[in-house]
Design a protein around this ligand. Structure first.
Ligand code: GLU
Length: 468
């Protein structure tokens, strides 16, 4: 496949920067993996940078322990960030600063409407006389429940914002949206949670994202975010919305709709191929006719089969028993969720994860450094034992949580899992598993970077929802 590289000059100045920005509300499902691969392949095709950002500001929906688990799953499926993963909850000060600036410029305003009021009536808190009263009240009693909003009516009504040009969908008109947009855009909720639209714009500016590849369910959000770029006097990135994957009744695959975790049903090889087929049907067929690609896929499949063969019926029974014992302390719902992952494919994936982790642990040990995140980024405050606590003193020990985290956080720490797998497999098979895993990821990386990336065609993306 090296020929395909001749199309691209390695010296080409390239500042393309794409990203995938999942919310850690649960396991990865096919819908999010589909978007992640689209963004990743597009950045490979552009020979640009690919970043992963964790959007965890909705704390009740995104428990902190999910973050390392999500990072592990992304790693399992072959997705790595070219730079340090940005976690939104680590940047609250930046969002607050932006809100302060918008407040002092009189763009943002305090709003004391209840949720019900906000739904029923257009918000009038932004009007000067009302705003003066609210500010006075807040000065006397800062505990009065209030949110912070910005009125973007003039932007939404402006000529320029009647439509924008999407890389995949072409001209998208505001009037084509299903519901009218609410111009009283929340920046910070009454419960103190920073709103998604504000954070995402600040992050995309901060991370110098040049193109946002994301699901078509974000079209409304794009219209709401564009005014924020104007308010910040910044050039917005280019947008490329890809179709959603829906179930047979047309509902988007999502955690709320109980979309199954890819972990249980797809290995990294099968998920890559399925997403390629769904996203790039013609490219998929074309590539499968090339001998070297077929060989690469066969090698990958063979490697996966050998890995799976190590999990004999006996090993599987032993593991299932021990893993289930680890789930005792969970609530019935969590237990069901965790058990749903223990399919034969789930076990292969877990072995891939555990074996990768074992290799990383070995690397760490070789460097006589038991904290591999400190190598990951020297400035990383997670890596500093002394800074483990946040303002409220509740911050977890992140490097360890990351290091020890596994698919659900329920299987126990990594060290336990490693011991469990290595005991169940026995020394020879455990050694083999690690070798096979290393080869597997070498082949998978080649599939992404040498085969799919350079052949990715943005104009050949589907435009309509994909029914699974
Ligand atoms: N965090 C959002 C989600 O998981 C994606 C937002 C974006 O890509 O801008 O749906």
């Amino acid at each position: 496949m090296s020929d395909s590289y001749s199309l691209y000059s390695p010296d080409l100045p390239n500042d393309y920067c794409g990203r995938f920005a999942p919310s850690p509300s649960g396991h990865l499902h096919l819908g999010s993996l589909f978007t992640a691969y689209a963004a990743y392949w597009r950045s490979l095709e552009q020979q640009g940078t690919f970043l992963i950002r964790i959007e965890d500001l909705d704390f009740p929906r995104c428990p902190r322990q999910n973050i390392p688990l999500l990072c592990q799953e992304l790693q399992l499926f072959g997705l790595h960030s070219d730079k340090k993963v940005r976690v939104q909850s680590e940047h609250l000060g930046e969002y607050q600063q932006a809100i302060q600036t918008l407040l002092s410029n009189d763009f943002a305003y305090f709003c004391t409407c209840t949720r019900a009021q906000s739904k029923e009536q257009p918000c009038t808190c932004w009007m000067a006389n009302k705003q003066a009263r609210i500010r006075e009240k807040l000065a006397r009693d800062p505990d009065t429940p209030h949110s912070c909003k910005v009125n973007i009516t003039p932007y939404l009504e402006s000529e320029e914002l009647q439509s924008f040009t999407d890389v995949n969908l072409g001209e998208v008109k505001q009037s084509d949206l299903e519901h009218p947009l609410n111009p009283y855009l929340t920046l910070e909720r009454a419960d103190g949670i920073i709103a998604y639209n504000l954070a995402v714009v600040i992050d995309d500016i901060e991370q110098e994202i040049t193109e946002v590849v994301r699901g078509a369910d974000m079209l409304d959000a794009t219209f709401l975010q564009l005014p924020l770029y104007e308010l910040d006097s910044c050039e917005p990135p280019v947008f490329c919305h890809i179709p959603l994957i829906t179930d047979s009744s047309g509902r988007k695959l999502s955690k709320q709709n109980h979309a199954p975790a890819v972990f249980a049903d797809y290995t990294p090889r099968t998920s890559t191929l399925l997403c390629l087929q769904l996203l790039q049907e013609s490219v998929y067929h074309e590539l499968l006719q090339q001998e070297d690609v077929v060989t690469l896929l066969q090698d990958l499949e063979q490697c996966e089969a050998s890995l799976t063969a190590l999990i004999t019926a006996e090993v599987s029974t032993q593991l299932q028993k021990k893993l289930q014992a680890q789930l005792r302390k969970l609530s019935p719902k969590e237990k069901d969720e965790a058990l749903a992952l223990l399919t034969p494919t789930g076990l292969t994936n877990m072995l891939l994860l555990v074996a990768t982790q074992a290799q990383q642990a070995e690397l760490v040990a070789q460097r006589e450094d038991d904290d591999f995140l400190s190598d990951y980024d020297d400035d990383d405050e997670w890596a500093d034992e002394d800074e483990d606590e946040d303002d409220d003193g509740v911050r977890e020990n992140w490097p360890r949580a990351y290091y020890e985290g596994i698919a659900t956080g329920t299987y126990g720490p990594w060290s336990k899992l490693l011991a469990l797998w290595s005991t169940a497999l026995g020394e020879t098979s455990w050694q083999q598993a690690q070798e096979l895993t290393a080869t597997y990821y070498e082949l998978l990386t080649r599939l992404h970077t040498e085969v799919i990336g350079p052949h990715f065609q943005v104009h050949a993306l589907p435009k309509k929802p994909i029914v699974l």
